[in-house]
Design a protein around this ligand. Sequence first.
Ligand SMILES: [Ca+2]
Length: 546
Amino acid sequence: MRLGIKKNLRFYFVLHSAFANFAKNIIHFFTSRNMMKPNTLALTTLAAVGAAQHATAQMQGRPNVVIVIADDMGYGDVSAYGSSTIRTPNIDRLANEGVCFTDGHATSATSTPSRYGLFTGMYPWKNENAKILPGDAPLIIGTEQFTMPKMFQHVGYETAAIGKWHLGMGVGKIDWNRPISPSGNAVGFDYTCLIAATVDRVPTVYVENGRVVGLTDDDPLFVDYENNFEGEPTALTNPELVKTQWSHGHHDTVVNGIPRIGFMKGGKSAYWKDDEMAEYFLNRVDSFINADRDRPFFLYYGLHEPHVPRTPATQFAGSTRLGPRGDVLVEADWCVGQLMKKLEEAGVAENTIVIFSSDNGPVLDDGYDDGARATADMHDPNGGLRGGKYSLYDAGTRVPMFVYWKGHTRHVVNNSLVSQQDLLASFAQMLGQPTPSALDSEGMMDTFLGKNKRGRKDMIVEASGRLAYRYGQYALIPPYKGKKTNETDIELGNEDDWTLYDLGADKAQQKDISKARPQLLKKLKKRFLKKVGTYYNPDTAAEVLK
Ligand SMILES: [Ca+2]
């Protein structure tokens, strides 16, 4: 069955891609700076003219699209929703002049599956590889799979992925000293400049279009997630190298005084400087936006903040009372401000839809003792929601979500349920493109642009391999075995029996209404089990943190 879907998708894609490439070539032909000779036109078939006119008409008025995804930014980490303990004026502007979603979700409570859902429009739990990946994992999006960037690419957009990736690269053991294939470029991005996984995982290098940036021949780079390289120091063998103390898991190779997950040897000329990462990626964003082109663009900009390790640039260090986590939130907000400024300066602000969101909920201590835990009584990153990153509770996936299009959107607050995975089918509507029927993405472009306040009826959410169900204002969590919390002290949502919450009346999920509303419980259990089938297994343990 699943193989059948895959085959259908492949067939769809080959067919669709053939037409799209044909149309793209025609568009290029008609819009190229070299004028056609009259006799050339005479040779053009009527069908080609028709297709070109159709395609050219479609190209007109197609806005650029920028999707900004922060890493582990919580619902309470932006002031747009009313937090008074952090100031994020640039992000707030998107909310205040655009569509502000108060029940917007990532598909998952961790990064890899969340981004997989965003780009593929598929529930990530249907892909057994969409788990928290090490830095040397193979690419988990099929190179023949239908993706959001491919769709944009096929109708003539220039596409780029800049920043955090965490979807794997290559097909197995990666030789970091050679071109890595497939990279993000293989799933629809014309240009990529990425960190392979997360800031706390090796390799601590930038990978641009499949090549590690800045490597020299005399110092090749090696990465291993199982065994250390002989004689190489780690945080355990050489604690004197450590400037940022680890609290759990992060005790392998030390780079820039920060112990990471995974072992690395060599490649020193390519190591990133943590506190310069924001500026590094902004420069790539700037170059991409200002590239000389006559086509619209689609940009995925993956902010690395406020994921651990939190290493604000000098100008932000100490700028809040909340320590490094607060400082990098302000840095992330600055990045959004810089992005908007660059769009203005490039003269494309009025023709660019900007979407801001986060890949999953917040966490304070995610492996480093950087003081974030001590700020818990000063700042609530959850914004009143229960749980957090890794959790089946609502803070796992309910994240900041705003859509702004200068001159087009007005301030609208939408309280209905929406998911990042619906952006794919929604942009398909905007572009007039068909999507494979097997997608889980639901088209609702008018919702994202604030023309109506409709949302999803329901959706499955995922946290560390476990599943829960949102149906309108209700949250249903099935029983799971395992620990109540993990090393981060976040409640995972593992309960012995089904629990049900009315988020409309009980945003903080403090009152289980499963006993008081047996009919509702029965109805939602039935719906949930029908949707997830054998993917639900109460024995599924939350993924182990490394
Ligand atoms: Ca994340």
